[in-house]
Design a protein around this ligand. Structure first.
Ligand code: DSN
Length: 418
C-alpha cells in the first residue's frame, strides 16, 4: 500500500515546490495585510489532517451519516472552547468562512427584498454587508451608511437617521478597512429603536476582542460573526456566536440552509486555535498587535504620511498616499518588490477607482505573531518612506528587500518550517 501513498514531494513535486516557494515568501517578507496571519504549526497540522475525509452533515448527535463519534467530539470541543473564550451563549463553527457566516445571518433573519444596513464598502465595510456587487446587495434592499467627511469616523448620527427612515430588518456593524474601535452599545441602541436585528462582524478583530484589546459585542449584538484566520490565528474558516434565542435559526441557516457537510479538519484547527487563544501569551499577543499598530501609525506620521482618521485603535492603519505623489497601487506594488507586502485600498471619499485607489492598508497581526515590536515598526515606516519616494528605483527596492529578509531571519514565523 505504501507505494501508492507517497508523500507530497514524491506524489506531486510541482505542488510541493509551489508550497515551499510560498513558505519561503512568507518567511522572507514582512506581511502587512491586516486580514492575514500565521497559523501555528499545531493549527496547520490539525487542518491538514484526515478529518477532511469524513462527511458530517448535521450537528453533534443529529447527523445524517454514521461514524461520527470522533467528529462530534471535535466539533463540541471547538464550540465549547470558543463559547468560553468569548462568553457566548451559542456557537456555530461550521461556516466555511466569513462570507458564508454572514449569509447565514441573512437567511436566519431576513427575506429577499428586506432592508439591511451596513457600512459601505468604500468607507471600510465588507462586501457582504450589502454592497451592490454582492448577493447581499442584489437580494436585499441595501442602505449603506458611511463615515464623516471631516474625520473619517463612522457617522452614528447618519446611521440613526437612515435607520429611522428605512427601518432595516438587519443592522450590521463591522469593518475591513476602518482603523477605529466600534461603539457596540450605540449600534444596539439604534437597532432597538427601529426593531432591527443587530449583527456584529468581528472578522478582523476577533483575536483582539477575546483578549480584551477591543470591546466585545458578544452579549450586546444579537449575533456575532467572524472568520477564524485573521487575528484569531486559526485555519481558514468561520464562526457565528449568538444569543440562545437565535441558536436554532442560526444553526438551521448554516445547515441545511446554506451548506452541506462541515469541514471537519477546519473545525479541528479552530479548536486548536481556541486553545492557543486561551493562554496568557495570546492575550499579550493581541495587546501587542494594537500597540504595534499605534507605533507604526506614529512613525508613519512622523515621516509625513497621511493616515485615515489620523491614527488607529486596532490592528490596522489606512494610509492615503496622495500627498506622497503615488497611487495606492503603485505604492503597494513597489512595497511588495521591497518585501513589504500590503494591499492597495480605497480611502473614504476616494476620487480614484477601487482598482487603483489612493491608499494602502497595513496591519500588524502577522508581524506581531513573529514577535516584532516597536523598533521593527519604526524600521518598517522608514522603509515605506524610502519606497514611496522612489517606487521605480529597482536598486533601492532590491536593497530594502534584502534588508527585510535579514530582519525576518531574526523573527521566525509560526508554522513556517523551511
Ligand atoms: N475583505 C477581506 C480583507 O479584509 O482582506 C476579508 O474578507
Amino acid at each position: 500500500m505504501t507505494s501508492f501513498d507517497p508523500p507530497l514531494a514524491a506524489a506531486d513535486p510541482e505542488i510541493a515546490a509551489l508550497i515551499r516557494k510560498e513558505e519561503e515568501k512568507e518567511r522572507d517578507t514582512i506581511r502587512l495585510i491586516p486580514s492575514e496571519n500565521y497559523a501555528s504549526r499545531a493549527v496547520l497540522e490539525a487542518t491538514g489532517s484526515l478529518l477532511c475525509n469524513k462527511y458530517s452533515e448535521g450537528y453533534a448527535k443529529k447527523r445524517y451519516y454514521e461514524g461520527q463519534e470522533v467528529i462530534d467530539e471535535v466539533e463540541e470541543l471547538a464550540k465549547s472552547r470558543v463559547a468560553t473564550l468569548f462568553g457566548a451563549e451559542h456557537v456555530n463553527v461550521q461556516p466555511y468562512s466569513g462570507s458564508p457566516a454572514n449569509l447565514a445571518v441573512y437567511l436566519a433573519f431576513c427575506k429577499p427584498g428586506d432592508t439591511v444596513m451596513g457600512l459601505g464598502l468604500p468607507a471600510g465595510g465588507h462586501l457582504t454587508h450589502g454592497h451592490t456587487v454582492s448577493i447581499t446587495g442584489m437580494f436585499f434592499k441595501s442602505v449603506p451608511y458611511g463615515v464623516r467627511r471631516d474625520d473619517h469616523r463612522i457617522d452614528l448620527d447618519l446611521v440613526r437617521k437612515l435607520a429611522l427612515e428605512h427601518r432595516p430588518k438587519l443592522l450590521w456593524a463591522g469593518t475591513t478597512a476602518y482603523p477605529r474601535a466600534l461603539d457596540w452599545a450605540a449600534f444596539r441602541g439604534i437597532a432597538d429603536e427601529v426593531g432591527a436585528i443587530f449583527a456584529a462582524d468581528i472578522a478582523h478583530i476577533s483575536g483582539l476582542v477575546l483578549a480584551g484589546a477591543h470591546a466585545s459585542p458578544v452579549g450586546v449584538a444579537d449575533v456575532v460573526t467572524s472568520t477564524t484566520h485573521k487575528t484569531f490565528r486559526g485555519p481558514r474558516g468561520g464562526m457565528i456566536m449568538c444569543k440562545k434565542e437565535h441558536a436554532a435559526a442560526i444553526d438551521k441557516a448554516v445547515f441545511p440552509g446554506l451548506q452541506g457537510g462541515p469541514h471537519n479538519h477546519a473545525t479541528a484547527g479552530i479548536a486548536v486555535a481556541a486553545k492557543e487563544a486561551s493562554t496568557p501569551e495570546f492575550k499579550a499577543y493581541a495587546h501587542a498587535v494594537v500597540a504595534n499598530a499605534k507605533t507604526l501609525a506614529d512613525a508613519l506620521q512622523e515621516r509625513g504620511f497621511s493616515l485615515v482618521t489620523g491614527g488607529t485603535d486596532n490592528h490596522l492603519v489606512l494610509v492615503d498616499l496622495t500627498s506622497k505623489g503615488v497611487t495606492g497601487k503603485v505604492g503597494a506594488q513597489a512595497m511588495a518588490r521591497a518585501g513589504l507586502v500590503a494591499n492597495y485600498n480605497s480611502v473614504p471619499f476616494d476620487p480614484r477607482k477601487p482598482f487603483d485607489p489612493s491608499g494602502v492598508r497595513l496591519g500588524t497581526p502577522a508581524i506581531t505573531s513573529r514577535g516584532m515590536g516597536p523598533d521593527e515598526m519604526r524600521r518598517i515606516a522608514a522603509w515605506m518612506a524610502e519606497v514611496v519616494a522612489a517606487p521605480g528605483d529597482d536598486a533601492t527596492l532590491a536593497r530594502i528587500a534584502r534588508d527585510v529578509a535579514a530582519l525576518c531571519e531574526r523573527f521566525p514565523a509560526p508554522g513556517v518550517t523551511v
